[in-house]
Design a protein around this ligand. Structure first.
Ligand code: ATP
Ligand code: MG
Length: 361
């Protein structure tokens, strides 16, 4: 069986550190491992419209921002197909058939959608499209016969839903057209769901608690120095808490022993720094300065590569257009196979037409 990746992001803003550790960094590593036969990276504009229907301009503008972030992080159109969801109408057709395989009560159980509904005050006004986006996501994944979906932890209910749909489809229509994908979560537990700079559970474009990959040196520094830390750690001498403290969670996600050698040689590693903070006698400012240095080192090369790509924007749209053509071909083959399995390929099935003719003869 071919090894195929599909993953993507909603163009609702620029990409941030949560995207980077949750999925983007891994995608680039997988892309460069050469182990995959096909890699599809989707800018999910149609999904973004499910909760931004009144603001299409925001979605439109962020397509190029997300594409620039992709290229800056090392996604390479020579190795991965970068495309835009709305340009693949086959995905809508698949979604329509998948809707019959899912119950309303099953969708209501999805914990990610539940919390997103709450976050958007959608309790009484939820658009049907938003409510059913996990079904459309199943179409995105299965259209490309993805075997692996590298995403953050918030996506695991979506992958589970996709597996259920694929299984049901194959069972009902007695076929093996659809592949049940596997989720690939970050290995480092700090990266599963990176918290926001405000200490909220998830860094998210919709919550405005992000450090963006394209932030300037000054913006990064300002955001780090005003980050939420341990509210009980009032004086330097007080013992501090590292669990649930976003500054230490970011260090877990980003720093390595070389960073200590370079910026904080009095500590060998993060364990020593954590022990000191927990004991008391280590100020937040010192830890934040260290985190700032680590993040600056991580983001500087990404920002610089982005500046290079910004010089030829039409070339990026061209690349996305070509990627969308390639992606559409793949999705249309899967859709044809699906329709054959569902026996809604009336005009192709000459034998069936003959049988019908006999019946009426
Ligand atoms: P929105 O607020 O519009 O939903 P978002 O910030 O949640 O945006 P998405 O485009 O929904 O971003 O998510 C894209 C990918 O990034 C998904 O794989 C998701 O799991 C991952 N991701 C997003 N935020 C985080 C985070 N804070 N930590 C780890 N992974 C994340
Ligand atoms: Mg999201």
């Amino acid at each position: 069986m071919k090894k195929i990746i599909l993953t993507g992001d909603r163009p609702t803003g620029k990409l941030h550190l949560g995207h980077y550790v949750g999925s983007l960094k891994r995608r680039v590593e997988l892309q460069n491992s050469g182990e995959f036969d096909e890699i599809y990276i989707m800018i999910a504009d149609a999904q973004a419209l499910t909760d931004n229907m009144e603001n299409p301009e925001k979605v439109r503008q962020n397509i190029i921002e997300v594409a620039l972030d992709y290229l800056a992080c090392g996604l390479d159109p020579q190795k991965s197909v970068l495309f835009i969801q709305s340009q693949i109408p086959e995905l809508c057709e698949m979604t329509f058939y998948y809707m019959n395989l899912v119950t309303v009560s099953r969708l209501q159980l999805n914990p990610t959608v539940k919390s997103e509904i709450q976050m958007r005050n959608f309790e009484k006004t939820i658009p049907v499209g938003f409510f059913t986006y996990p079904v459309s996501q199943a179409a995105d994944i299965t259209a490309f016969k993805a075997t692996i979906v590298p995403v953050g932890e918030d996506q695991s209910p979506m992958i589970e839903q996709t597996r259920e749909i694929a299984r049901r489809f194959n069972n009902i229509y007695n076929t093996d057209v659809l592949i049940e994908p596997k989720i690939l979560l970050p290995e480092n537990s700090a990266c599963l769901r990176l918290p926001g700079t405000d200490g909220k559970a998830k860094m998210s474009k919709s919550l405005g608690n992000c450090i963006y990959l394209s932030d300037s040196e000054e913006e990064i520094k300002q955001k780090v120095m005003t980050m939420f830390t341990d509210p009980t750690h009032l004086r330097v001498e007080d013992p501090g808490h590292v669990e649930g403290n976003p500054v230490f969670i970011y260090l877990d996600a980003f720093c390595n022993d070389e960073h200590f050698e370079k910026y904080l040689p009095e500590y060998k590693n993060l364990d020593e720094l954590k022990a000191h903070y927990t004991r008391g006698g280590l100020g937040d400012v010192k830890v934040k300065r260290f985190l700032n240095s680590v993040l600056q080192d991580t983001l500087r090369p990404i920002r610089e590569r982005r500046k290079e790509f910004e010089k030829d924007i039409p070339a990026i749209y061209k690349m996305l257009e070509e990627g969308s053509i390639v992606a559409r071909k793949k999705a249309s083959i899967t859709l044809e196979e699906m329709k054959r399995a569902m026996k809604i390929n009336y005009f192709e099935d000459k034998e069936y037409i003959n049988q019908q003719a006999q019946k009426f003869a």
